[in-house]
Structures are given as C-alpha cells and as structure tokens.
Design a protein around this ligand. Structure first.
Ligand code: RB5
Length: 142
C-alpha cells in the first residue's frame, strides 16, 4: 500500500521507526515531513497526510506528535478522514475493524517503538467488519 507519513518535531524520531517498519513490510512510504527536528506546527503535517489520503493519492496515513492528540484532531477536520489514536496495539485493530480508520496516530512521548510496531502489525492485519459498523461509520460524515 501507499502510506503517507507525517509528524511534528516531537514525532520526528519515531517517524523513522514507522517508515522503516512500513518499508520492511513492503509498503511504499510517502514521507510528508518534517525532515529535521526543528520546531514545527503539527496541523500543517496532519493536513498534508490527511489530504493525501482523502484525495486517494495514498491508501492510508500515519501521524505522530507528542501526545498524538494534536495530529488526531487536525486530521479529523478533513472530510473523509477517520484518524484514530492508537495508545495500545489493540486500539489499532479495533480502529480498523469497527471505525474503518484510514489514518493511525501515535504519541511519540507516551509510547515506545515495540508498541508502535505491534500496532502497525495489527493495523494491517485487521479488516473493517462492516455490518452494524458500516451504519455507524456512515453517520460520522456530516
Ligand atoms: C509539541 O510540543 C506538542 O504540543 C505536540 O507534539 C502535540 O503533543 C500536540 O498535540
């Protein structure tokens, strides 16, 4: 899959972990920045990733910031984006199965590399279950 990846300065280091995992597992990474640890504003990168997914230029997205909250809030402002903050790997599974989330968000300051890698593993292994979840997901869009 084509995966858009972005962060702010707090998520910069773990963005490399995410990109390396994605490439190891056969995905095409579109790294939308930032490209250094210089301080930046997370909404700018959440927008780039969210728009790439919403326009169909990428299949899914991954975003990171200090808590993961800022990028989640920002990406969810873009129509068609369902961004989910994965605090534990089980969240990544359920975000796919129940919410059909198309952007996965991580906290760089309150998680670790094994949790991120296991969450990515779960995310790609899970499928949207549809059924009653389809109806609920349809109600999210205004
Ligand atoms: C940056 O210091 C921090 O506010 C940001 O990474 C994020 O946690 C915002 O939600």
């Amino acid at each position: 899959m084509r995966i858009a990846v972005g962060s702010d300065h707090a998520g910069y280091e773990f963005k490399k972990t995410v990109s390396a995992w994605l490439e190891r597992n056969g995905h095409e990474v579109n790294d939308m920045g930032p490209y250094s640890e210089e301080s930046v504003d997370y909404p700018d990168y959440a927008r780039k990733v969210g728009e790439a997914v919403a326009k169909g230029e990428c299949d899914q997205g991954v975003l990171l910031c200090g808590t993961g909250i800022g990028v989640s809030i920002s990406a969810n402002k873009i129509p068609g984006i369902r961004a989910a903050l994965a605090c534990k790997p089980e969240f990544a599974t359920l975000a796919r199965q129940h919410n059909n989330a198309n952007v996965l968000c991580f906290s760089a300051r309150f998680t670790d590399a094994p949790t991120i890698e296991q969450s990515l593993e779960n995310w790609f292994a899970a499928e949207f279950e549809g059924g009653r979840h389809e109806r609920r997901v349809a109600k999210i869009e205004p």
